[in-house]
Design a protein around this ligand. Structure first.
Ligand code: HPA
Length: 264
């Protein structure tokens, strides 16, 4: 039997002395540089994907979690999103920044570009996307899926980037683990999706259910199916990640102190 508890309101999350920012990495930043090993969190919903690592960035403490687990072993549909988000909730993080590798649907997006999305369309199925058993049924507002506060700090840091940073974009979240067909991508494009990935949902919704301000930053690593020249090659994606990750991590690294200042 799972005990019913109330999550703290976001204003109660942090004290000035100890602001903790959560960062979720996936295909990008599979292992955070400079991280120290921490405990592997166990939650009422099962175990989180991996141990959470503590990193100091400026005056802020960061808790880093690799959503695909050690060695990128957990497929997008098998990730225990509830355990991951609950672990951040138990650690009383003040905000979360989530990083994603994505495919480009919109013509204006090029490989290596950064997108700070402002909307999501969810095409996933069968993923458990609520803490209802513990928190009770809650039809919370999700009109704007990303926190304006976290987005604002990401946008400020992005302004100093040498690479193109797109300040809006609709993230289409697909089930995976396979990539999409060209027809599926065309449908997403007609729906209004600018980029495609597999892991923003239910991550973003679970953070909202816990009242944790949540924002995301995406690195474009390929043209989505049917939008480039021929099949999507794994090595093209890997090389885009290798080339683009330092830029994305630089933006995130500069976002953390800004978040601490605005929250702490
Ligand atoms: N589709 C879905 N997820 C992705 C892609 C893609 O083309 N590229 C990186 N993540």
């Amino acid at each position: 039997m799972i005990e019913r508890v109330n999550p703290p309101l976001s204003k109660d999350r942090n004290t000035e002395a100890r602001t903790i920012i959560g960062i979720i990495g996936g295909t990008i930043a599979q292992n955070a540089d400079g991280a120290t090993p921490g405990e592997s969190p166990s939650t009422p919903f099962g175990d989180a994907s991996a141990s959470m690592q503590t990193i100091a960035i400026g005056q802020a403490n960061v808790l880093y979690l690799a959503r695909h687990g050690p060695g990128h072993s957990i497929a997008p549909h098998d990730i225990n999103y509830r355990a991951n988000l609950w672990a951040f909730h138990e650690a009383s993080v003040s905000a979360i920044v989530a990083m994603y590798a994505v495919g480009a649907i919109a013509d204006i997006l090029a490989v290596g570009d950064i997108v700070i999305p402002d909307q999501i369309i969810d095409y996933t199925w069968g993923r458990n996307g609520s803490f209802g058993e513990i928190l009770g049924l809650n039809h919370f507002d999700f009109s704007e899926p990303f926190s304006p506060l976290v987005r604002h700090q990401l946008l400020l840091s992005g302004e100093k980037s040498s690479r193109t940073v797109h300040t809006t974009g609709t993230y289409g979240c697909t089930q995976g683990p396979r990539l999409e067909t060209s027809a599926e991508i065309e449908r997403l494009r007609k729906d209004g999706c600018d980029l495609v990935g597999m892991t923003a949902m239910p991550e973003a919704a679970l953070a909202r259910e816990l009242s944790i301000p949540f924002g995301s930053i995406c690195l474009v690593v390929n043209a989505a199916a049917g939008r480039g020249d021929g099949p999507i090659q794994k090595r093209t994606i890997q090389s885009a990640i290798a080339q683009g990750s330092p830029n994305l991590l630089d933006i995130v690294g500069r976002t953390v102190p800004g978040l601490k200042n605005s929250l702490g």
